[in-house]
Structure formats: C-alpha cells, structure tokens
Design a protein around this ligand. Structure first.
Ligand SMILES: Nc1ncnc2c1ncn2[C@@H]1O[C@H](COP(=O)(O)OP(=O)(O)OP(=O)(O)O)[C@@H](O)[C@H]1O
Length: 299
C-alpha cells in the first residue's frame, strides 16, 4: 500500500498491526513506515481506527503484530519514548485548576525535554498571561496554550489527534501556521488526524486513508497529484467516452458530472472536459465508497 522507498530509519514502523476489542477486530493488520521530517495526515471516517492506531504508536494500547517508534516498542518502553514523543489528544485535557505558570513549572519538572522559556515565548503575542488560571481561558486560548506546551517539547514525533476540534476557522488556521513555521524541522515528524482534511492539505507531505481498520491509500502528496485526475464533463457522448477509461468515482454535482481517475494519462482525458487535481476531501469521498457492503434493509 505504500509508494515510499524508505532509505532512512523510519520514525514509526508497523507490521501486521492488529487490534481487537472484545473479540471484534478493529485494525486488520496494518503495514506502514513513517520516515523522519514528514507531515502525515491520517484520514478516515468516524470509527475507522485512527485513534486506535495513534494509541498503538503512543504505547497506550497493546496490539498484535509489531509496532516500533524510534526503534522501540512503545507499549514496553512508553516512559522512555515519551521523552521524544509529544501528543495532543484534544484541547480539554490540561489541568484546569492550575495557573499557566504552574503548569509550565510542573512540566519542566516532569519532562526532560520541556523548555519553560520556549513555552513562554510561544505565548508572547497571545492574550494568555502566566498568572491566568487555565479554567478561565476560552477554548481557543486553551488550544494556543496546548500548542505552546507541545512546541516547547523537543520531540522527534508529534502526534495530533483532532487538535483543533471545536475551534473557529481563524484559530484553526493560526494553529496550523504556527506549527508549520515554528515547529517543523527536518528531524521532526508530524502526524495529524482531522476530519477537516482541506484545512491541512496545504501542509501535508504524505497521506494515509484508513477505512474500516485497513489502509486503503498511503502515498506522498506529490504522487497523489500525479496519479489522480478529476474530470468535469457535461456532454453525454463525452461522458460515455470518458467512462470507458474506468473512473474510480463518478457523481453529479450541481448538474455537472465529475469523475475521478486513477493512473490515467491526462492527455487521454483532456479532450473530454475540464481537468484538475482532486482535493483531498474529494479523493477521500471517492476512495471511501463502500461497494454495497451495507445495503439498505428492505422495507
Ligand atoms: N476501548 C475500546 N473498547 C471497545 N471498542 C473500542 C475502544 N476504543 C475504540 N473502540 C472501537 O474501535 C473502533 C475504532 O475506533 P477509533 O477511536 O480508533 O476510531 P477513529 O477513526 O479515531 O474514529 P473518530 O473519527 O470517530 O474519532 C470503533 O468502532 C470504536 O467503537
């Protein structure tokens, strides 16, 4: 499922990763490598297994198969790994009863790679002051604080599970811009899950689509752009001709027929209509279509 030929030691490596809850298999044997210096988007429907996969990487859940993070088994070596791995699960998990400066002091005591000075510098220019109690901060301010805390950890892997849930568009954009400009380096790897795919598309180097516990696409964004083509075609004769090239997806949108092709030369499709590269959300919808696995029950 991957088009990556990894020559450097991967940051995360999974082979045959399986997870069962109460006898029901949730992850069906995932195989993937995540190299350093990349920004990964892990995209999937509700319940597809994203958080379970992240939890396996963070050593929060034990799985069958193998998973290695920085060469270590995260379940067995969680404490050691957490020196080099930072994690945002949701924006509400900071200790609400503390003041901002107390949180920073606590973190510098418990985390060897946390820099209080860095955290403070990330808050400069925001409305958050060291004396403020966390419970008095708005959701957006808590997200900023959370990001400042995480960016002040000198980690090799940063895992963000729906980090901007509940935030308005301005905060969400600021959050990702900050992350890109102030945190990313060639040595760091970022893994993000979100349902707002279009908002992170600009920063991703790679994507993984997960459907019902299986990876159905794992690819560098450059390859996605080369491989997939979207065609808008209105003329019925041209539609029929285009269909002969076996689109992976077709829908009618505002009276126009939109098709998505996988690996078909653009020069072949050009005569039929208008071509573009599908957005990640269009590609996601196209590839997530289930082949009548859940037919409507008869009335
Ligand atoms: N502790 C658990 N016990 C039982 N079932 C679980 C547990 N954790 C997750 N599941 C089930 O595993 C499946 C995958 O859940 P997971 O949270 O990994 O999905 P997700 O892709 O992160 O979904 P979402 O986008 O809704 O957060 C779901 O069907 C969920 O109900």
């Amino acid at each position: 499922m991957t088009d990556l030929s990894v020559s450097v030691e991967p940051i995360v490596s999974a082979r045959g990763l399986r997870k069962k809850f109460g006898g029901k298999e949730i992850l069906h044997g995932l195989d993937f490598d995540i190299p350093p210096g990349r920004i990964y988007g892990l995209i999937g429907h509700n319940g597809a297994g994203k958080t379970t996969t992240l939890n396996a990487m963070l050593g929060l859940t034990n799985c069958e198969g193998t998973i290695r993070v920085l060469g270590e088994d995260p379940f067995a070596k969680r404490a050691k790994l957490m020196e080099n791995v930072a994690f945002i699960s949701d924006v509400a998990s900071l200790p609400r009863f503390m003041r901002v400066r107390e949180l920073f002091a606590l973190l510098s005591n418990i985390h060897p790679n946390f820099s209080q000075a860095k955290a403070q510098s990330f808050l400069a220019g925001t409305d958050i002051k060291p004396e403020m109690k966390i419970k008095t901060l708005s959701k957006g301010m808590i997200a900023q604080l959370h990001l400042a805390v995480v960016m002040a950890i000198d980690a090799k892997l940063l895992v963000l599970d729906e980090p901007t849930l509940g935030l308005d568009i301005t905060y969400r954009k600021r959050f990702y811009r900050r992350l890109l400009e102030d945190y990313m380096t060639e040595e760091r790897t970022l893994l993000i899950t979100t349902h707002q795919v279009d908002e992170i598309e600009f920063m991703l180097s790679d994507i993984m689509f997960i459907r019902d516990g299986e990876l159905i696409l794992h690819m560098q964004m450059e390859t996605v752009n080369d491989k997939f083509t979207q065609l808008v075609v209105n003329d019925p004769a041209q539609q029929a001709a285009a269909r002969a090239h076996e689109p992976v997806y077709e829908e009618t949108r505002f009276g126009q027929t939109v098709m998505i092709f996988d690996g078909v030369d653009r020069a072949v499709l050009e005569p039929f209509g208008t071509l573009s590269t599908p957005t990640l959300s269009d590609l996601f919808v196209a590839l997530m279509q289930r082949p009548t696995a859940n037919p409507e029950p008869a009335q």
